[in-house]
Write a new protein. Structure first.
Lengths: 161, 778
């Protein structure tokens, strides 16, 4: 006997600046909604829940791990992912800095790292290295040793948005 | 074979970003889990709940009957063993008859969605007769221990006994002989991208397409053919973007074969994504290692003899084990001049997930022991740590006692540079209490000179295609796993041709399109694929220059191509654009495809003694580093405050990428030194998440100052050697030496977690009180 389909509801949410209305399951995680329903696969899954920060997105400008948020909790809110960062053929300043300063190696943690850094830069235009470290301490990277990540965020902060 | 760095190799002082960097920063890069898996079934694995046992019953009938389940496979579906070493394939993708570690795959299902797959897994019935299980090398080696593999007495996979030079005379000539024992915890790659595979089987064409996280696509192709009983030519392996490897994905992994078995059983497409916990269970990383090291030293610091015993707890199956235990001994050499060396290695089976290759494969733990012991003996003799290392330097070129070739040797310069940068002389011994400086050296191969499969083929092949549109496409089977190998190929091709980097496109890792490559392991790509790419580009350049010469009515020897312009001689008037020359070159022949190859000559492939091929390479990278630490004596917390590292990579083809690799490898060494450790409770991983397995976060990561030393290897591409692994092994000993400098305690165990440090501090305090009490009493 097929399993009962879990209760679905209509979710109105702004994704990268555009309002949408989608039917989502009550128990659906934001990360699954983004990756599987919207095919926004720039947001990554690197762990079994809340360990690595690879799925970090902005919800109303606050960085959150999308694997710890229910999609339904984003009703009426604004969600931003890595796909929304570049506009009109121009890279966002963080994307450019991560690319040019080699803040990216394998690239798997990069989208989450950039979103967490963007959350910081929206609160603090000129963060110290200490503030950068605190803001990114929930985002694991296994390639860079973080040296060039800090450099990338600093470079981006010095660039006009 | 070799490029001359003077005429080729335009200097890029700062280096260039990765050619695939834009895709990564925009989120467009597709990793395996991001691939379009519309219509794909979801794969799940049923794993052994016990560490060791005979399988009495495995019943998948209920799972198979469940609505939504399309296929179930068990050990009966694959009667072939697999493994990375042709001489040691003792593992089935799904257990048959016996399970040997907790979490070993036993059965797998493919279902229409994750929920159905999970329910099917829960319906699998499994009965075993438990056998005694061993979780330490010592227990597994007990005389009455049950054998994990009947043909491996003593539960020893491989013993190695090598002696080079006169060991007795060496120790007799020493003024100081010391023996120390070290224990290094098992660690894991913990690459951020979890394992995943997407397999599609076409039942009509009888073809399989596999997209996976593999670092070595052709191993995967071979093992899939073997395990599925298919013709290799019917299998296509495609590499998507890969989120790090560090050795985790060199061996073919059980889940990759299982995914393919499911796809065939289901006559369709199956997506398998492992959880982080399953990633830790899949393991294949650096083994727990016990080392006993005895060194003989003269008063002036000159080493006279080295005796080293290494015991590695390898886990339940052979995997890469034979190579790892051989590396651990072979790479005692090639860095210092040691007149006599005796090595005894034991690779032991235990009922734990199998170990494998991890960054610095085999060399890291022995290097750790060696560099710690060297420092302690120098201290006893009143010698500076730099002086003792300088007393034992090699003179390149040479062949080591175990027949490894050293053609370039930048270690002396590495030492000078980090000593100066860290202001060692002014600061050593002058730091406040609880602060310390330590240093160590390390090295690593630039590619194993003898590949695992001896086929007589070159070590690397690169194809170049130039077409009517003027584009240059480099085709390579080498897997870019984030280290920037595709960027390296683009740079050497562009530089050799005299064209802009933007003109070159690199297609990597698709067995239907790209030439076979031995893969991303042993830091081989820059040296081997780089040389092959240069040769291919030279072959193409010759065709283009001939075409330009015809058009300009000049001798080919007089034609130059600089910045995409062909002209006669220096400052010649008549010029042709690259596009014009390509058009001329295509007349009569059409699209041009050329190739370049690279082969390591036999004399670079190691000694004739048993196991002599392991450690052999065309060129060693060398590194020295200084680590500054602070130790909090109230919490036992070791804080790394700064690192100065210098790496001799021969020539930095892309300096930006070289510094990135050195930072990353030094930092990975730091994780192993201060916090990373796998732990098992009766075979159950107690560390199987990124919270419990303590990869350093950005908060505890120090600034790392990198210096690049260029010793211009005579055989490297533009003189280059590897840059990704050599600096790792120096970090743990430099840290332990720095902690000794800070608090006066020598640690024999890794990692230096706060509890270990605290324990040592308390023990010392107890000893001091006892001594005081004795003094008062007497």
């Amino acid at each position: 006997m097929p399993q009962a389909v879990s209760q679905r509801r209509l979710l109105r949410v702004r994704i990268n600046g555009r309002w949408r209305a989608d039917a989502v399951a009550e128990n659906q995680l934001l990360v699954d909604y983004l990756r599987n329903d919207l095919r926004l696969t720039g947001t990554k899954t690197g762990c079994d829940g809340g360990e690595c920060g690879a799925c970090t997105v902005l919800v109303d400008s606050e960085p959150v791990p999308a694997c710890l948020v229910l999609a339904a909790r984003c009703e009426g809110r604004s969600v931003e992912t890595i796909e929304g960062m570049a506009s009109q053929g121009r890279l966002h300043r963080l994307q450019r800095a991560f690319h040019e300063q080699l803040g990216v190696q394998c690239g798997f943690c990069t989208p989450g790292m950039i979103m967490a850094a963007e959350g910081l830069l929206r609160r603090n235009q000129d963060p110290s290295d200490e503030k950068i470290k605190i803001a990114l301490s929930g985002n694991l990277c296994r390639c860079t040793g973080y040296v060039k990540i800090i450099q990338s965020v600093r470079t981006a902060a010095e660039t006009l948005p | 074979m070799t490029a001359n760095p003077a005429s080729e190799g335009r200097k890029i002082p700062a280096g260039v970003p990765l050619i695939d960097g834009i895709e990564k920063v925009t989120g467009r890069a597709r990793y395996t889990a991001d691939l379009d898996h519309a219509g794909a079934l979801v794969g799940r694995i049923f794993r052994s709940p016990v560490s060791h046992g005979e399988i009495l019953r495995l019943d998948v009938a209920k799972a198979r009957a469940l609505d939504g389940v399309v296929a179930v496979v068990t050990g009966d579906d694959c009667t072939h063993t697999y493994g990375v070493l042709p001489v040691a394939m003792n593992e089935y993708p799904l257990a048959r008859d016996r399970v040997r570690y907790r979490g070993e795959p036993v059965a797998a299902v493919a279902a229409i969605d994750a929920e159905a797959a999970q329910r099917a897994i829960d319906l699998i019935e499994f009965e075993v007769r438990e056998l005694p299980a061993y979780y330490t090398s010592a227990d597994a080696r007990e005389p009455d221990a049950v054998l994990l593999h009947h043909n491996k007495p003593g539960n020893i996979e491989r013993e190695v006994h090598h002696v080079f030079g006169d060991i007795t005379m060496g120790f007799a000539q020493a003024d100081l002989v010391r023996e120390h024992s070290f224990a290094c915890a098992e660690v894991n790659h913990a690459q951020i991208e979890p394992h995943a595979a997407l397999a599609e089987f076409d039942p009509i064409m009888q073809r399989l397409t596999m997209q996976s996280v593999s670092q070595v696509g052709y191993y995967l192709q071979l093992m899939l053919a073997r395990c599925l009983g298919m013709d290799v030519s019917r299998i296509r392996v495609v590499k998507p973007f890969i989120g790090g490897g560090f050795g985790a994905r060199v061996e073919v992994l059980n889940f990759e074969i299982i995914t393919a078995l499911l796809a065939r059983a289901a006559s369709g497409k199956v997506m398998m994504q492992l959880s982080r916990e399953e990633n830790f269970i899949t393991h294949r990383a650096r083994p727990q290692t016990d080392i006993r090291l005895k060194l003989g030293m003269r008063r002036d610091g000159r080493l006279t003899a080295c005796e080293c015993e290494v015991v590695q707890r390898g886990g339940a199956y052979a995997g890469y084990g034979i190579v790892t235990i051989l590396y651990a001994g072979a790479l005692l050499q090639g860095i210092y001049d040691i007149p006599a060396i005796k090595y005894d290695g034991y690779r032991v089976y235990a009922n734990l997930p199998p170990c494998g290759a991890m960054r610095g494969h085999g060399a890291v733990d022995t290097r750790h022991a060696f560099e710690c012991a060297l420092d302690r003996m120098a201290r006893e003799l009143g010698l500076d740590p730099f002086a003792v290392r300088r007393a034992n330097l090699l003179q390149a070129p040479l062949r080591t006692k175990n027949d490894l070739t050293v053609n370039s040797y930048g270690l002396p310069e590495c030492l000078d540079r980090v000593q100066r940068a860290s202001r060692w002389n002014e600061r050593i011994g002058q730091l406040p209490p609880g602060k310390g400086l330590g240093m160590a050296c390390s090295h690593y191969v630039s590619g194993a000179a003898k590949p695992i499969h001896w086929t007589g083929e070159p070590h690397a092949v690169v194809n170049l295609k130039v077409d009517f549109d003027g584009s240059v496409t480099a085709l390579t089977g080498a897997a870019d796993i984030g280290q920037g190998s595709s960027t390296m190929v683009a740079i050497v091709v562009a530089e050799t041709l005299g064209v802009s980097l933007e003109r070159v496109r690199v297609v990597a890792g698709d067995s239907a399109v790209t030439p076979k490559d031995n893969g991303a392991y042993s830091s081989r790509i820059t040296f081997m694929v780089g040389n092959a790419a240069i040769e291919a580009a030279r072959n193409l350049r010759k065709l283009l220059i001939d075409a330009a010469a015809r058009k300009l009515e000049a001798a080919p020897g007089d034609i130059e191509c600089v910045a995409e312009e062909f002209r006669v001689g220096r400052g010649g008037q008549a010029t042709l654009s690259f596009a014009e020359v390509v058009k001329a070159a295509l007349v009569d022949v059409g699209t041009i495809t050329v190739k370049g190859t690279f082969t390591c000559p036999p004399d670079a492939q190691g000694g004739k003694h048993k196991g002599g091929a392991v450690g052999s390479t065309m060129g060693f990278s060398y590194a020295a580093q200084v680590v500054e630490v602070g130790v909090d004596e109230t919490t036992g917390q070791v804080t790394v405050e700064k690192v100065w590292a210098a790496l001799d990579c021969g020539h930095a083809i892309n300096p930006l990428a070289v510094t990135g690799q050195v930072e990353g490898s030094v930092w990975m060494g730091m994780g192993q030194a201060i916090s990373e450790e796998t732990r098992y409770l009766d075979g159950l991983p107690a560390h199987a998440s990124l919270l419990e397995y303590r990869v350093p976060t950005i908060a505890e990561s120090p600034p790392i100052e990198v210096q690049i030393i260029e010793s211009h290897d005579p055989n490297g591409p533009f003189g280059a050697k590897e840059a990704s692994e050599g600096a790792l092994a120096g970090f743990p000993p430099a840290l332990v030496n720095a902690v000794a400098n800070a608090i006066g305690i020598d640690f024999d165990q890794l990692p230096l977690t706060p509890d270990r440090v605290m324990e040592a501090l308390i023990a010392r305090q107890r000893q001091r009180r006892l001594a005081m009490a004795r003094k008062v009493a007497s």
